[in-house]
Design a protein around this ligand. Structure first.
Ligand SMILES: *Cc1c(COP(=O)(O)O)cnc(C)c1O
Length: 390
């Protein structure tokens, strides 16, 4: 039986070590901010090259905390993509700010820096003819203050931060890297987590580095920002426990989850190599198959973390046929994402409409993801591609 993401195979590999680490954490009795948390944070910082790694309760909390640390709130606007997981835009609304959606590049599925420039210009002049804006009253729109960008490294491939950081800097905007799917990815030997001013990742079990529940981390180089993030993590704590200098939340990562992650980090480099091997096997098999499917493109200088292996069918009907052929052979496949965020009911108050972001909408109708994990054999990959062609 082919698994979409094989966490059981991974567990079998690390069972003794991970169970030992969890028991040790439990016997230690420091369930909150125990020694495994500090160890993990040091290792995460060393791995990514970021000066600070601040663990937290989830990838969503990481985004919310980053926005809180930047002082984002009502009246502020933050640019992000509609072709992503809910949390990327949800976090902006959680702090009371307004998401301004920007379409993606059709090849990388990541934020299109040219579209970002147009969106910034449109918001500055409150002119929706330059770029689709939320359909708020003219006054509300003009009152919005552009503050930052959340770029997403979709499916594990880092976005084009060279271009995005430049556009943001020219417009006095901060950049947050949503690296929830890209931990282990890189560009020009700079790892995801260190590609923008702040990066947020997730340790949800199905992500490239996952724990046994919810978890996340925030990365940054700035000492002051790191201090604020640590304060936000515990109710805006000041210099002692019952002094509160700002609003925060209960945003900590459990010691037990940190213990799990420390064991998983020991095998992470090998797992990342295995993901590259599986991706190469897919690319070869798909090219040889002659199937009418677009394989994922990794531009030169980039490494994807391969959170997902996502292919593009000609249209929705062709996609359904491919998925049915896989299902007939008990091979799972998934659609990430079937509906773009700008037309989700949760954002209905922003007044976006179908047609606003053509590339995101088209991709929602054409993409599907194949099984991808480090324990997939080349032979399994060939069988999956053969099933697509059956
Ligand atoms: C998973 C994910 C998140 C949220 O992470 P959680 O840990 O589930 O809260 C945010 N952004 C993207 C792109 C994700 O894939």
């Amino acid at each position: 039986m082919t698994e979409f993401i094989d966490l059981k195979a991974q567990y079998a590999r690390i069972q003794d070590r991970v169970e030992g680490a969890v028991i040790e954490a439990m016997r230690g009795g420091q369930f909150i901010m125990g020694p495994a948390v500090a160890e993990l944070e040091a290792r995460l910082a060393a791995y990514t090259g970021a000066r600070h790694a601040i663990s937290c309760a989830s990838g969503t909390d990481a985004l919310v905390m980053a926005l809180m640390a930047k002082g984002v709130g009502p009246g502020d606007a933050v640019f992000t993509v509609p072709f992503t997981f809910m949390a990327s835009a949800e976090a902006i609304c959680t702090v009371g700010a307004t998401p301004i959606f920007v379409d993606i590049d059709p090849v990388t599925f990541n934020l299109d820096p040219k579209a970002l420039e147009r969106a910034i210009a449109a918001l500055e002049t409150a002119d929706p003819s330059l770029h689709p804006l939320p359909r708020l009253g003219a006054q509300d729109l003009a009152a919005l203050t552009p503050r930052g960008v959340i770029a997403v490294d979709l499916f594990g491939l880092p976005a084009d931060y060279q271009a995005i950081n430049a556009v943001a800097a020219a417009n006095d905007l901060f950049v947050i890297e949503d690296a929830a799917q890209s931990f282990g990815g890189m560009r020009d030997n700079v790892r995801a987590g260190a590609l923008a001013e702040i990066a947020c990742t997730s340790f949800f079990p199905a992500k490239p580095l996952g724990c046994f529940g919810d978890g996340g981390a925030i990365f940054c180089d700035d000492d002051e920002l790191a201090m604020v993030l640590k304060s936000i993590r515990v109710h805006g704590q000041g210099s002692h426990k019952y002094e509160n200098v700002r609003l925060g939340l209960t945003g900590r990562l459990d010691t037990v989850q940190a213990a799990v992650l420390n064991v998983k980090l020991d095998i992470f480099d090998d797992e990342m190599e295995q993901r590259q091997r599986v991706a190469r096997a897919y690319a070869t098999a798909l090219a040889q198959s002659g199937l009418d499917l677009v394989a994922p493109v990794v531009p030169s200088g980039y490494q994807s973390a391969w959170a997902q292996y996502t292919v593009v069918a000609r249209d929705d009907a062709a996609r359904t046929a491919f998925q049915q052929r896989l299902a007939a052979q008990d091979i799972p496949s998934m659609i990430y994402y079937p509906k773009p965020l700008h037309v989700q009911q949760a954002f209905a108050n922003l007044g976006y409409r179908e047609g606003d972001f053509a590339v995101s909408e088209e991709m929602c109708g054409r993409v599907f993801s194949l099984p991808m994990h480090p324990y997939l054999a080349d032979e399994d990959v060939r069988r999956i591609v053969a099933a697509l062609a059956a």
